[in-house]
Ligand binder design. Structure first.
Ligand code: ATP
Length: 230
């Protein structure tokens, strides 16, 4: 005879994961939106929250203000179910460190898995992040392929201190455990970058040139507010 499972046993379902996609989003483009949608579908994530950073510590000043980047993100996700925008980093006084954001989410959602989405280009620099070794105490990292950056480098010898003991090919662990895994999610490759878009805007490209790069509503906002023309 089998005895009933005790309360709070391993069979107790966890709350759904909280998934965050951080970045400058200067501006948000179809690369961001499509890789997020692909990942949500593949991993059955109920929601992905875009988290624009205030004053990026790994790069120069953004071309658009925080308010403008936030407004463009809101326009971009308005008609896309499952995608949302979270301005937590913009409303914070201190520097925009990912670890601070993760600490805040963990405090608010103690029982939910936390997932941080990140492109392979950004992940390859993760050792330079503030309190890098603690990041995995708070979240899983789901790494997305991006044209021009080899995903094999995620598991290189140089990054071994980061991925050893954390890399997994089992997506179920992202939902069953709270944090600590590194998972490679293959998405449809998106050959688009915000740098390319800013350069095109500066050089006076016509609207049609942006059709496959970013949503119309975002382009209209950029035109109306004359951003990225310097
Ligand atoms: P920039 O060209 O200004 O560096 P970006 O296009 O890389 O900008 P970010 O806002 O810096 O955009 O990126 C936020 C996150 O989205 C990062 O983790 C980045 O790796 C990821 N990302 C951006 N574009 C793509 C893409 N085309 N495919 C996959 N991941 C992407």
């Amino acid at each position: 005879m089998t005895s009933p499972a005790p309360a709070n046993s391993e069979t107790t379902p966890r709350p759904p994961p909280i998934t965050l996609f951080g970045g400058t989003f200067d501006p948000v483009h179809f690369g961001h939106l499509r890789v997020a949608q692909d990942t949500a579908a593949a991993l059955k994530l109920p929601e992905i929250r875009f988290v624009p950073s205030q004053s990026p510590v790994h790069r120069g000043r953004p071309g658009a203000s925080a308010d403008a980047r936030l407004a463009m993100l809101k326009l971009a996700v308005a008609d896309l179910p499952g995608l949302a925008v979270d301005d937590c980093e913009l409303s914070r006084e201190s520097a925009s460190y990912t670890i601070t954001t993760l600490e805040a989410f963990r405090a608010k959602y103690p029982a939910a898995p936390l997932i941080w989405l990140i492109g392979v280009d950004a992940f390859l620099k993760i050792q330079s992040w503030h309190r890098a070794s603690e990041l995995f105490d708070f979240a899983h990292f789901v790494v997305l392929n991006r044209p021009g950056f080899a995903t094999a480098n995620v598991f290189s010898a140089a990054l071994a201190p980061v991925w050893q003991g954390r890399a997994t090919a089992d997506a179920r662990l992202l939902l069953n455990e709270l944090s600590g895994r590194i998972y490679l999610q293959t998405v449809a490759p998106q050959a688009v970058s915000a740098t390319e878009i800013r350069n095109m805007l500066r050089s006076g490209a016509a609207d049609g040139a942006f059709a496959s790069l970013l949503p119309n509503a975002v382009l209209s906002y950029i035109r109306a507010h004359r951003i990225y023309l310097d």
